[in-house]
Design a protein around this ligand. Structure first.
Ligand SMILES: [Zn+2]
Length: 274
């Protein structure tokens, strides 16, 4: 953990949505600080999302063998993803190996404020209507949601990852932050939610009333949690209850009903499809 003064300097160089907290108490950046990485045993014990996925996309080798297709290991490589064009956004699979080009940038980025949700950042216009509906439904239930981070360019992701390498070392950084080109935030359809704009990203969000509501209802509005609890071997990342990718309502329903993590669903249905 760098000193507060160093962190302030770094904060100044990054955009406001991702800054480390100036209170000095916590990291606030996405794919967050080393602390949210739960030990494997905790991951397994707390696997609560989508029970079927325990059989189809679980953490043990035996469970993985039950699935039809063997997911590739989460290797640190740089293979261009199969659906790497902006218009193919619903099918685009990104992980520690598959990546987008540096030049991938959606043409229809707009402020999240258009969805009448607090927080800042940009998302693709195609998600605004459902984001507005999600935020409104959450608000009506007294479970407020805010956007902490949304679209991130390749260059921004590079600066973020480099920062983590400097502050925590490569071995740690690679566990909780995506390298440039590998982040779903570059799609412009992925959002990190918190309960209010000033609240940093923490795994405790998953236990908050807002986080629990989102986990139950996000799919109905087209959003799926990319990195649920206990699914690191399938998703390639530790638990991130704040990180939600938009697929549209139809595909989100299918992914939800499959009980699979998005990486497995996309791999089986699109990435390796004929
Ligand atoms: Zn995220």
């Amino acid at each position: 953990m760098p000193s507060l003064s160093v962190r302030r300097v770094i904060a100044a160089s990054l955009s406001a949505a991702l800054l480390v907290s100036t209170s000095g108490a916590t990291f606030a950046a996405d794919e967050a600080a080393p602390t949210p990485i739960a030990p494997p045993s905790l991951d397994l014990a707390l696997a609560t999302l989508a029970p079927r996925s325990a059989l189809l996309a679980g953490d043990t080798a035996g469970a993985i063998e039950l699935a039809k297709v063997r997911l590739p290991a989460c290797e640190i490589k740089d293979t261009p993803t199969r659906y790497g064009k902006v218009k193919q956004w619903k099918r685009t699979l990104l992980d520690t190996n598959l990546k987008l080009k540096r030049t991938y940038k959606p043409w229809d980025l707009v402020s999240v404020s258009r969805a009448n949700i607090s927080g800042s950042g940009k998302v693709r216009k195609v998600i605004i209507d459902d984001l507005r509906a999600l935020a409104r439904a959450a608000r009506k239930k007294g479970k407020p949601l805010a956007v902490r981070s949304a679209y991130r360019s390749y260059e921004y992701q590079k600066s973020l990852f480099d920062y983590y390498v400097r502050s925590s070392g490569y071995a740690q950084a690679i566990k909780f932050s995506a390298r440039p080109g590998h982040s779903e935030h570059q799609l412009g359809t992925t959002i990190d939610f918190t309960t209010a704009p000033s609240v940093p990203l923490k795994t405790s969000f998953g236990e908050s009333p807002s986080g629990k509501w989102l986990a139950r209802n996000g799919w109905k509005y087209g959003f799926i949690m990319s990195y649920p609890k206990g699914k690191r071997s399938a998703s390639c990342y530790g638990y991130e209850p704040w990180h939600w990718r938009y697929f549209g309502r139809n595909l989100a329903r299918k992914i939800h009903e499959s009980g699979q993590v998005p990486r497995r669903y996309l791999y089986e249905n699109f990435e390796t499809a004929p």
